[in-house]
Design a protein around this ligand. Structure first.
Ligand code: GLU
Length: 304
């Protein structure tokens, strides 16, 4: 029997001792105030047992991790029609790159790069009466935690400085792949990225991707084939242009965000979340990647 608690304790201790923790993202000014010494890890197994170490209860800005939740909501609503608006191939480029968008006629490569999440946001705005509230309630419902909320300061900060996202959205609009006004779409997209969650809350929401579309309370949110597709997209596209490296080192589908969070999962076994705000040069949490590599190497548990 694996002793997850003692493995997490060791991982957390090793992480806290590292001197090179990477650099905190500063292109969204409000994110640059975070203490780089934070480190948290939480693991939830299929039976609902929760293991935690370090700052696992402290909430942080999930940023790009929200893209998986936007994807899951829209996919459960419109099914495979989604793939007329966005592709499923890795981009091999940073999350905010624009050149492929121009070459591929405004159809973003996948839903986990900014351009893709912007298109997904556009669809949600068209389909939902009150997208901001309904998306938040969706996340709260899956997690069973009504305390989860947006961080308006972070959203406002990004609204003032998210020039590349404006550029991407206008480019997509010029190709006719955005139905709503750019301002409205980005207003929703930035707010969704500002969701604050802790490692503990993240493993609870990602439980549905680990447990065949069912949450901890056994309500169903996704068909099995949809879970398969979302996990495949996380594996191939979840880590900017470092998805290959993450599969190589860690061997799990997952998603990172520039707030320093990473969530990953082994289908039917466990999901795990880490938080360490310092990023590597590719924009992924430096110690989060190290911690997850340690976890899957030590336990021998990965999809490979
Ligand atoms: N809101 C951020 C952006 O659009 C998300 C980036 C990320 O976490 O990768 O730039």
């Amino acid at each position: 029997m694996l002793d997850f608690q003692s493995i997490l304790n060791t991982i957390s201790k090793v992480a806290k001792e590292q001197s090179d923790k990477g650099s905190v993202a500063n292109y969204i000014p409000e994110l640059s105030n975070i203490d780089p010494n934070k480190f948290g890890i939480a693991l939830l197994d299929k039976n609902g047992s929760l293991y935690q170490a370090g700052d696992s209860n402290e909430s942080f800005s999930v940023q790009s991790i929200t893209k998986v939740l936007l994807l899951s909501m829209v996919f459960s609503m419109i099914g495979d029609d989604l793939w007329n608006r966005v592709g499923v191939e890795p981009s091999g480029d940073p999350f905010n790159h624009l050149s492929l968008l121009e070459m591929e006629n405004g159809i973003p490569r996948n839903p986990l790069i900014n351009a893709g999440a912007i298109v997904v946001s556009d669809i949600l705005i068209s389909k939902l009466e009150n997208p901001k509230l309904e998306f938040l309630e969706y996340v709260q419902r899956i997690t069973g935690d009504k305390s989860i909320d947006y961080d308006l300061k972070v959203a406002t900060s990004e609204k003032k400085t998210g020039f590349r996202n404006y550029a991407a959205a206008y480019l997509i609009k010029s190709f006719g792949n955005l139905q709503n006004q750019v301002e409205d779409v980005l207003d929703f997209y930035f707010l969704s990225c500002s969701l604050r969650m802790s490692c503990e809350q993240l493993v609870k929401v990602f439980y549905i991707f680990m447990n065949r579309g069912n949450c901890l309370n056994n309500n169903n949110y996704l068909a099995l084939s949809q879970v398969k597709r979302i996990n495949a997209i996380m594996l191939t596209c979840g880590f900017y242009d470092e998805a290959g490296e993450f599969a190589f080192e860690v061997g799990l589908p997952g998603k990172s965000g520039v707030g320093g969070g990473i969530v990953a999962l082994l289908p039917n076994k466990f999901c795990v979340a880490t938080w360490s705000p310092g990023l590597n040069e590719k924009g992924n949490s430096k110690l989060g990647m190290l911690a997850l590599e340690q976890l899957t190497t030590e336990t021998g548990l990965s999809i490979f």
